[in-house]
Write a protein that binds this ligand. Structure first.
Ligand code: GDP
Ligand code: IMO
Ligand code: MG
Length: 431
């Protein structure tokens, strides 16, 4: 078996979509296991860019794509994405795209609450994507969420929606000063979504069990990144789900023994979109150079991403939290043209060198990055397809990362295109 989990190691946008699209060629099934349409996963195939927010990034490889129970799904966004892909000749029918009956449904009031709360917080806001993710997970945890199994049963949906809408409207009107949600409008709109999506809704855990018994290989596609994890990230500046590899089990409905390889996607530098601590952030010219050369704008919200140097404290944290067996280093091409490259190898806190990531955000804010300096390269590497053809200093950069974290680099990405990749060790070809 070579089931493989792909997770982001930093604060999201590491290039997971590109690597999932690439590796999906060797898998039979691709499943998203958490998050929602806060994700924006970019695939570039034959020069054409496609950004997916909910449909797993294996769809362009014509693989069977599953949306696990761990997601919060906006049915409107999903249907638009399916229509968009179908318009491009990509099959999104029930043979190719299935949704867990236990996945949670994002409702219009979740979006209103997300945006209303952020607006009310002003400068203290988290900088959410405004897609209703937090409020939807909140309802899941308080057992008032609406699942796909409920949505596709019109009577059950009516009961569930009517039992919650009064309270939502009280909160929207009285606390957030927002207009109330109208029951009949939502009910009608969501019943129409349900009718279209019903043929796709199934028990994904059972589906996966049968598929794995037949020898099918599964690629688990994570969204966001390790440091946006609700437990392990820079809380409260995080998303509302567990983003680490362990959650692939809960969010897909498989046991831990089904996960064989865990590949952490790491951008050759660091970016973050939204508020929160970022020790190796570079607000000088180099940060701007990386931002512009790397076109670092959010794939979901279009916001400018904050940029900085590669942070090994962060990466080691991701290695431990996910049990990474390999790394895929992306956007190495973006670092070309700089005379010197910095790697943050530790933090200095109250005069001491530390290698851990503080939970106390005030302590984290007081951590100063300690850098090692490596020589850069000026060659364009976007057409390089083998490790040995990379400039010597690019090779040294990668080898230094491996030395520092003690996990092998298995894939190197040198451009957004599927073909702009150096695969040193493909997890799906291991057995
Ligand atoms: P994801 O959320 O982890 O899937 O990443 P995003 O799609 O949000 O952001 C990654 C961005 O970097 C996208 O615009 C990709 O097309 C682009 N990208 C991915 N890998 C590379 C690479 O190796 N080099 C360059 N220059 N761009 C890349
Ligand atoms: P992908 O899968 C980068 C960030 C938001 C915000 C915080 C909470 O494309 O890597 P939320 O809407 O989830 O409640 O926002 O999390 N965030 C992401 N940042 N990439 C993502 O996904 C993100 N998904 C959420 O910017 O800071
Ligand atoms: Mg993204």
């Amino acid at each position: 078996m070579a089931n493989t989990v792909i997770v982001g190691t930093q604060w999201g946008d590491e290039g997971k979509g590109k690597i999932v699209d690439l590796l999906a060629e060797y898998a039979d099934i691709v499943i998203r296991f958490q998050g929602g349409n806060n994700a924006g996963h970019t695939m570039v195939v034959q020069g054409e860019q496609i950004i997916s927010h909910l449909v797993p990034s294996g769809i362009l490889q014509r693989k069977c794509c599953l949306i696990g129970n761990g997601l919060v799904v906006d049915p409107d966004v999903l249907l638009n994405e399916m229509d968009y892909l179908s318009g491009k000749g990509v099959d999104c029918g029930p043979e190719k795209l299935l949704i867990s009956e236990r996945a949670q449904v994002i409702m219009p009031y979740h979006k209103q609450i997300d945006l209303g709360r952020e607006g009310k917080k002003g400068k203290d806001k988290i900088g959410t994507t405004g897609r209703g993710i937090g409020p939807a997970y909140e309802d899941k945890a308080t057992r008032r969420g609406i699942r796909f199994a409920d949505l596709i049963d019109p009577d059950e949906f009516r009961v569930k929606l009517s039992s919650i809408i009064e309270e939502k409207n009280f909160y929207l009107e009285k606390f957030l000063n927002c207009p109330p949600a109208d029951f009949e409008t939502i009910y009608g709109q969501y019943c129409a979504f349900a009718q279209r999506l019903a043929p796709h809704v199934t028990n994904i855990s059972v589906y996966l069990e049968k598929a794995m018994q037949k020898g099918n290989k599964v690629l688990f596609e994570g969204a966001q990144g390790t440091h946006l994890d609700i437990d392990h990230g820079t809380y409260p500046f995080v998303t509302s789900s567990n983003t680490v590899a362990g959650n692939a089990c809960c969010g897909a409905g498989v046991g831990p023994g089904s996960l064989n390889y865990i590949i952490g996607i790491v951008k050759a530098y660091t970016t973050r979109v939204g508020a929160g601590p970022f020790p190796s952030e570079s607000s000088d010219d180099t940060g701007n150079y990386i931002q512009e050369k790397g076109a670092e704008f959010g794939a979901t919200t279009g916001r400018r991403r904050r940029c900085g140097w590669l942070d090994i404290v962060l990466l080691k944290n991701a290695v431990r939290l996910n049990g990474l067996t390999g790394l895929a280093v992306t956007k190495l091409d973006v670092l070309g043209g700089l005379d010197e490259l910095k790697i943050c190898s530790a933090y200095r806190f109250k005069g001491q060198l530390i290698n851990s990531f503080a939970a106390n955000l005030k302590h984290l804010a007081d951590c100063e990055p300690v850098y090692e300096i490596l020589p850069g390269w000026h060659e364009d590497i976007s057409t390089v397809r083998s490790f040995n053809q990379l400039p010597e200093n690019a090779q040294k950069y990668l080898r230094r990362v491996e030395d520092l974290v003690q996990v092998p680099v298995q894939i190197v990405s040198v451009g957004p295109g599927r073909e702009q990749t150096i695969v040193l060790d493909n997890p799906f070809e291991k057995d």
